[in-house]
Design a protein around this ligand. Structure first.
Ligand code: ADP
Ligand code: ASP
Ligand code: MG
Length: 447
């Protein structure tokens, strides 16, 4: 039997009308059953994190107010859908747990990464229970299944990495339901670590939940439903004229997401390239509109960049000129193990430099490397021009860069399907539209 898996992001489940559209999409896309992965309702994860921060900082009143706002918003949406009593039994324990976790964080004056993951899981669990109830109301043979039954990871809370063989084995418990044509509704973003505790895959990780489950269950197709017409030629918040791309190669999609295009989580392409299922990105607001199909390969003879991506909030770490490579590599490894994200690493006659995004425990490693002589400077961004054509001919991207003022720009590298460089983050609002106008919009295929 061929399996299709749908993923609905936060804005696709953010309101009653959006949820009704999601139910209509599931009804037409899953006539023989399948899996539906859902994110938390739009804004919920941010609010949960704010609540954890307030509780940990000794402000239980503010933490409670945020929990109450989450409860009230969910209750309002359920009421609008006529589902208040259908979700009551499943939501009760989740909301109790939310209060208890915040109480504990207030008492301890902080939140452990493990407790934070448990707290965050409440958002996805509330949402998946609501979607399951809505689908049943819509006549679908829907059933909630907890993602922690199937998705297994290591114990790195906040940025857990998948355990593929364990996930493949564990996911088989869903097979019986699927063979009977059920629509299984589950949480994105969360998984089970080796000790049974809840883990999360990093912000935006529901896309990766969907593709990992697609791989484990041997899906033929994974559809990512979001709030734009598929993958666009640039971030529409900086380039309103960005155009939908009808086809992308897996390498292009991986480069775009890796260099910051938020529409797909950076880790979501690896399962697609290992497993080979069809990956679609489509718009919940316009189900019949433009969409992107991500293919294993895409013919791109003579084409320049098709899209531009960027990531801000980076630190540039430079080692002293006389630093030895093994010492530098040890530092890079330690940073990565502490959860820092690496956007580029150059080692050459001018020294060694790493562009990274560091949070949490990676900041302590960064501080230590600074004490040992490395220099860290914040306020950087990486910009990448992406297109299959750049594999063989990076000139269109390099020519576009040559004519632009990219303050303090430093070429990071060209390899595979991208040409990437560093710039100061304040230059992004002018630079991205200029780059798009100069070399992307001329060459991008019109969908
Ligand atoms: P979801 O909640 O569905 O997971 P996200 O907010 O995570 O949605 O991702 C979709 C958003 O990604 C879009 O609304 C858009 O603002 C942003 N985005 C950034 N770069 C791109 C791009 N190249 N193509 C499409 N969307 C992009
Ligand atoms: N709800 C999580 C987040 O906001 C996961 C996701 O949306 O993919 O990051
Ligand atoms: Mg997302």
């Amino acid at each position: 039997m061929t399996l299709t898996l749908l993923k609905f992001g936060g804005s696709s489940v953010g309101s009653a009308p959006a949820l009704r559209r999601a139910a209509a999409i599931a009804t037409s896309e899953l006539p023989l059953g399948g899996v539906v992965v859902v994110s938390a309702l739009k804004g919920t994860t941010d609010r949960l994190l704010e609540a954890a921060l307030a509780a940990g900082a000794g402000d239980p009143a503010s933490a409670r107010a945020r929990a109450e706002a989450i409860r009230a918003h969910h209750a309002e949406v359920a009421d609008e859908l006529g589902l208040s009593s259908a979700v009551e039994e499943a939501w009760g324990p989740l909301l109790h747990r939310l209060d208890a976790l915040l109480e504990g964080m207030s008492l301890f004056g902080g939140a452990s990464p493990r407790a934070k993951d448990e707290l965050l899981s409440v958002g996805e669990s509330l949402s998946a229970r609501l979607v399951a109830a809505l689908f049943v109301q819509s006549g679908l043979p829907a059933r909630f299944r907890d993602a922690r039954e199937a998705l297994r990871t290591d114990g790195r809370h906040g940025a857990a990495r998948p355990h593929l063989a364990a996930t493949r084995r564990a996911a088989q418990v869903w097979k019986e339901d699927l063979d009977r044509g059920a629509v299984l509704v589950t949480q994105g973003f969360i998984a089970q670590g080796p000790d049974g505790a809840t883990t999360t895959l990093g912000r935006g990780g529901s896309d990766t939940s969907a593709t990992l489950l697609g791989e484990a269950l041997k899906a033929a197709e994974v559809q990512i439903w979001t709030d734009v017409d598929g993958v666009l030629s640039a971030d529409p918040s900086l380039v309103p004229s960005a155009r939908p791309l009808s086809r992308l190669s897996q390498a292009e999609a991986a480069a775009l997401s890796g260099f910051g295009a938020k529409v797909l989580h950076a880790d979501s392409l690896a399962p697609a390239s290992r497993s080979g299922f069809r990956l679609i990105v489509a718009n919940t607001l316009k189900a019949g509109g433009a969409r992107t199909e991500v293919l294993a390969t895409r013919d791109a003879e003579g084409e320049g960049p098709v899209s531009v991506a960027y990531k801000e909030g980076l630190t540039l770490l430079r080692w002293p000129l006389d630093a030895k490579l093994p010492e530098v590599l040890r530092g890079v490894q330690e940073l990565e193990e502490a959860g820092a994200l690496r956007y580029g690493f150059i080692s050459g006659p001018e020294g060694h430099a790493l562009a990274l995004r560091a949070e949490g425990s990676a900041l302590a490693v960064l501080a230590r490397l600074e004490e040992e002589g490395a220099e860290a400077e914040s306020g950087w961004a990486v910009v990448a021009l992406v297109g299959e054509g750049l594999r063989t001919d990076p000139r269109p991207a390099l020519e576009a860069l040559a004519g632009l003022k990219a303050p303090s720009g430093a070429l990071l590298g060209s390899g595979g399907v991208s040409v990437a460089f560093l710039t100061r983050e304040q230059s992004l609002p002018a630079l991205i539209p200029a780059l798009h106008a100069r070399c992307v919009s001329d060459l991008a295929p019109i969908a």
